[in-house]
Design a protein around this ligand. Structure first.
Ligand code: CO
Length: 211
């Protein structure tokens, strides 16, 4: 039986000890309160760790991750995270961060059924259909997939703006700012692809007038 998991526990002890050496009050302080300024919605991919790639410390970033960083309006998990982050933690920024070379995006472009995940990836197929003419301008499959990665992030930002949670915070507290980013697995660099400030108008059919 593999015991690689034991390394995680020993690394953890080492990390906790080092942390106390650097900052004796670290755990005491963090155990009482968290005041993150950012909500991160990213891909579950193990190569895109939110805190590492942004140099953020424990307590600085509230994280939700799922396959292909989707904002689905029936996902009670995402909605709970979003509501808590916006209404209780009062985050100033929400970041949706996709990444080039995303397996979820690639799988959504294919026609093979993969099981339960088909239902999840269906959301990406919808993004593909909406932006088909733009994606099909790209000539090879990798470029098409990378274009879909960017358009997917844009679409998820719009999905955030469609929620009553974000619209309410925009109306009464002029926050949060929404940011769509794409991370490059090849170079570790994040490319901003879109932004939406409080009060941005989206298609009026999605705007609630009684919040
Ligand atoms: Co991914």
């Amino acid at each position: 039986m593999s015991t690689t998991y034991k390394k995680l526990l020993s690394e953890n002890k080492h990390w906790a000890t080092e942390q106390v050496k650097l900052d004796p009050d670290f755990f005491n302080r963090l155990s009482h309160i968290q005041t993150p300024e950012f909500l991160w919605i990213g891909c579950s991919d193990s190569r895109v760790p939110a805190d590492k790639i942004t140099g953020t410390q424990p307590g600085e970033i509230f994280v939700h991750r799922n396959i292909a960083n989707l904002v689905v309006n029936t996902d009670i998990n995402l909605l709970s995270v979003l509501e808590y982050a916006v209404e209780v933690l009062k985050v100033k920024h929400i970041i949706v961060c996709g990444h080039y070379g995303c397996g979820g995006i690639r799988a959504a472009m294919e026609n093979r059924s993969l099981g339960i995940i088909d239902k999840w990836l269906r959301n990406i197929k919808d993004v593909y259909r909406i932006h088909k003419s733009e994606i099909d301008k790209e000539l090879n499959l990798d470029d098409k997939a990378n274009k879909l990665v960017e358009l997917n992030v844009r679409e998820q930002i719009v999905n955030l703006a469609k929620t009553s949670i974000v619209q309410k915070a925009w109306k009464y507290e002029q926050r949060p700012h929404l940011h769509g980013w794409v991370y490059g697995l090849n170079d570790g660099i994040i490319k901003p692809v879109c932004e939406m400030g409080p009060g941005t108008h989206i298609d009026p059919i999605y705007e609630y007038d009684n919040l």
